[in-house]
Ligand binder design. Sequence first.
Ligand SMILES: Cc1cc2nc3c(=O)[nH]c(=O)nc-3n(C[C@H](O)[C@H](O)[C@H](O)COP(=O)(O)O)c2cc1C
Length: 199
Amino acid sequence: MTTDAGEGPRRPRLPRKPHYLSSGGSKRVLLISGSTRFASTNSAFVRTAALVAPSPIVGIVYAGMTTLPHFDPDLDADSPPDAVVDLRSAIADAHAVLFCTPEYAGTLPGALKNLLEWTVGATVLTDKPVAWINVAADPRRGHGAIANLETVLGYVQARIVAEACGSVPVPRDAVGPDGLIADTFVRERAAGVLQTLVR
Ligand SMILES: Cc1cc2nc3c(=O)[nH]c(=O)nc-3n(C[C@H](O)[C@H](O)[C@H](O)COP(=O)(O)O)c2cc1C
């Protein structure tokens, strides 16, 4: 099994805000990577998607994954933690949500499942157009994560836009030191996915 122990770009200091915007526009797509690894191919795909989002689409990379607390029904009360409020606002304010996740142990990374658990009670994903992209370099991999993601998205009654979902293979060496993907084909696919998702 491939592991994440390899060398990659160093994690840069990012601005202390929950998410950041690409250039202007009017259709907001929240981009959520299921990986917490800076050199992640999944995170690189969502960063690149934000960069190439065609107007009027604005790609917003969710950057709060590592600061979300573990889901706790006792915290999901009148005053949930700030990180949870930020997450729910980011989803509620978005026209659509795009997920891009690695597979860990046959299913979703715990961090992404945790994020999704915080959305259940708030119903912010109900009827929300959503899609997923599998960037596994070998497109035969990652299907356990996608199947489980679809199960959870179905449970929260998100509207999965099937035409926007699919495989865009991204080898690890396609991620540059800036954490972006320069490959023209990947950039075109990312832009196309966003357009299909908000259509
Ligand atoms: C803890 C761990 C468990 C993994 N489990 C699986 C798995 O069950 N199936 C699979 O296809 N790949 C598995 N992988 C490989 C990752 O899904 C793969 O390397 C992925 O491309 C990593 O995405 P990233 O570049 O966004 O970090 C695992 C990796 C790690 C670190």
